[in-house]
Design a protein around this ligand. Structure first.
Ligand SMILES: Cc1cc2nc3c(=O)[nH]c(=O)nc-3n(C[C@H](O)[C@H](O)[C@H](O)COP(=O)(O)O)c2cc1C
Length: 324
């Protein structure tokens, strides 16, 4: 290992963890390029969802999550990353150029890196056990440290209105043939390396749950139907590409922090994909100032619930190439 940059095996090990990042419909819309002393992240626009995500918001949030996963992995291996976001004004697909500085990993970053392997999107309704306040505070702090804002969505009337926005978005999507055929392409099929398998999707009456093309995961048996899962909204002051990338980094930090506490998590964006319902969420939760990017649900899974299987990933050879 050079004193100034990690060796090839270390970079590869960090990339192998980075590709575990969550992405909308498990599209994995990223490409990595590895130079002698630098690593570069590009967005793979061909993997964008034209119907679910016409604004490319989820696309960039997904890449931001991968960027954060890579940074956490590298740091846990002893390399702090200096990140230049959107380094090339002539190439908006070039999301980040990373340089390395040796660092001694802290136990916090090692725990966060461990959470990468453990994290799964769990779409089942969480139990009624409350998420302790200090956990919520820590998840918010982890997200805020990544350059976005994170707010705990209160219960009561605000949550009821949010559930209504989820219902409205879901029924708008159900009536949209383009959305449905795109969903059928990305979910429910026997896909080996991408998409949301039926075994990870749940047929649920829970309005927060996105309906995928096919679902075989069974909803947990809950005795108390109150849902005490925390809902955390990641939001930003602007709605440009950089803000979306940073929102993805923040979402990743929230998810890994929650996973470290043993919480089940699910990213949720359906009402933020449609202008009408996104405007409702913006008005209700942010009083029209700032931009909602992604909601993270975090709660305790039922002790009787089987573990959620890992979703597939594309082989590293498809997403990692040498820098030309
Ligand atoms: C930007 C973004 C939006 C997402 N939106 C949803 C959603 O609305 N509903 C849902 O069930 N999962 C959502 N997910 C979770 C992805 O479907 C999930 O990350 C992907 O299938 C990979 O599975 P894994 O997270 O278990 O690794 C989203 C993830 C990201 C990054």
């Amino acid at each position: 290992m050079s004193r100034n940059h990690p060796d090839t095996d270390t970079v590869r090990a960090a990339l192998a963890l980075a590709v575990h990042a969550p992405s909308v419909h498990n599209t994995q819309p990223w490409q990595w390029r590895v130079g002698d002393t630098t690593v570069h992240l590009y967005v793979d626009e061909e993997r964008g969802l034209h119907h679910a995500d016409p604004d490319r918001r989820d696309l960039l949030i997904s890449c931001g999550a991968a960027l954060h996963h890579f940074r956490v992995a590298a740091r846990s291996f002893g390399w702090h990353t200096v990140v230049h976001r959107f380094p090339n004004p002539d190439d908006p697909r070039h999301l980040a150029a990373l340089e390395f500085v040796p660092v001694t990993p802290t136990s916090d970053v090692v725990s966060m890196a461990r959470a990468i392997d453990d994290r799964r999107t769990d779409r089942r309704k969480p139990t009624s056990w409350e998420v302790p306040e200090p956990f919520i505070t820590a998840m918010i702090a982890a997200g805020v440290a990544e350059g976005a804002m994170v707010s705990d969505i209160p219960g009561g009337a605000t949550r009821i209105r949010l559930v209504e926005a989820f219902r409205a978005a879901s029924s708008e999507h159900r009536a949209d043939r383009g959305y449905r055929s795109e969903l059928a392409r990305w979910s429910g099929r026997r896909a080996d390396t991408e998409g949301v398998p039926a075994r990870n999707a749940v047929a649920s009456a829970d309005p927060l749950t996105r309906e995928f093309h096919a679902s075989t995961l069974t909803e947990a048996v809950l005795h108390d139907l109150d849902d005490h899962g925390a809902l955390l909204l990641v939001h930003t002051g602007s709605d440009d590409a950089l803000s979306r990338l940073r929102a993805g980094e923040a979402a990743s930090a929230v998810l890994l922090s929650a996973t470290g506490f043993g919480l089940a998590t699910c990213p949720l964006t359906e009402p933020l994909e449609l202008p009408g319902t996104r405007a409702l969420v913006r008005e209700d939760l942010l009083s029209d100032s700032g931009f909602p990017q992604i909601i993270i649900r975090a709660g305790w899974a039922s002790t009787s619930a089987a573990p959620v299987p890992a979703t597939p990933r594309r082989p590293l050879a498809e997403v990692v190439r040498p820098l030309e």
